[in-house]
Write a protein that binds this ligand. Sequence first.
Ligand SMILES: Nc1nc2c(ncn2[C@@H]2O[C@H](COP(=O)(O)OP(=O)(O)OP(=O)(O)O)[C@@H](O)[C@H]2O)c(=O)[nH]1
Length: 347
Amino acid sequence: MSTQQIPVVVLAGFLGSGKTTLLNHLLRSARGTRIGVMVNDFGSIGIDAMSVAGQVGSTVSLGNGCLCCAVDASELDEYLEKLTRPAASLDVIVIEASGLAEPQELVRMVLASENERIVYGGLVQVVDAAEFHATRERHPETDRHLKIADLVVLNKTDRVAQEELTAVHDIVAGLTDRAVVLRAAHGRVDPEVLFDRVVPDGEIEGQLSFDDLRAEEDEHHAHPHAAYETVSLDADVPLHPRRLMDFLDARPEGLYRIKGFVDFGAADPDNRYTVHAVGRFLRFYPAPWPAGEERRTQLVLIGSAVDGRALREQLAACRVGGPQDAPDEHSMWGVLRYVPQTEQEPQ
Ligand SMILES: Nc1nc2c(ncn2[C@@H]2O[C@H](COP(=O)(O)OP(=O)(O)OP(=O)(O)O)[C@@H](O)[C@H]2O)c(=O)[nH]1
């Protein structure tokens, strides 16, 4: 029986650390392994679900809210039931936690699942090597998350000098209990590290058990997202590139994460711009609009100590007001400064 159980891997990591990037890499390089994905979007728009769409046979998007708060173990079981139907014949299920989830809660829910076809497959924690110190300073719970990880992927190594990388690696390794620390750029880890695990009956030796977790139970208010504000924009009129750049250049420090897709209308009718900001780091990735895709802008902004209402208004003011307001291609200059030229395309 145990060999037929499907391992459920929890993929966690702070906002923007590279979880979706890693997941897409796994999906692309799975070499015949059938992966089911459960995506938990924090914003009300399914940006992450869209980012992994098309690369996976079975996806369940958990919609708005943090999985560990919004879904209880029985609901999780409902989703797992869908993914574990024999017809789906999955080899592994990956739950991508929102960047603000408490990984411990998710692990607890997986362990509490009554679905006999699954077995807990471990906690993978993705760390942004470039933002590590800043994240840790603002979010001391980072240390606790690393302690319970089974595997740590020290990501974005391309953004950190060798010496600094060694220093960060040492700190991360020191914070984990028994985790392997793997370095990666653009989430490129060997999928075998995650999936080809021997799963004995019951739990894997060395992994946290349900009781371990219960013993370590945290107060809910310790959740990092308690202090966070999410702002979404879903617009069917294009955004004006100059006004969007003015908004982005002046964005408040606490606005930690921006992700989504932008339609710049007449300024570049052919391309959809995927936008990612993590802290002060901002990038646009233009790519031709997928055939048949409706032209709209969908953005999710996540920040702490930010004025959500003001952000909403400022974003809304970036919309093109009418034909007299239509941008031309020259107005794209500010955006194009943030399109990577030499970096490898981080899909
Ligand atoms: N330079 C560099 N950029 C990376 C790397 N990995 C991911 N990124 C970029 O970092 C940004 C965030 O990556 P995601 O994979 O969306 O991060 P995430 O953890 O899923 O983000 P949330 O869903 O907000 O928690 C994107 O712009 C990625 O292209 C990396 O190794 N190097």
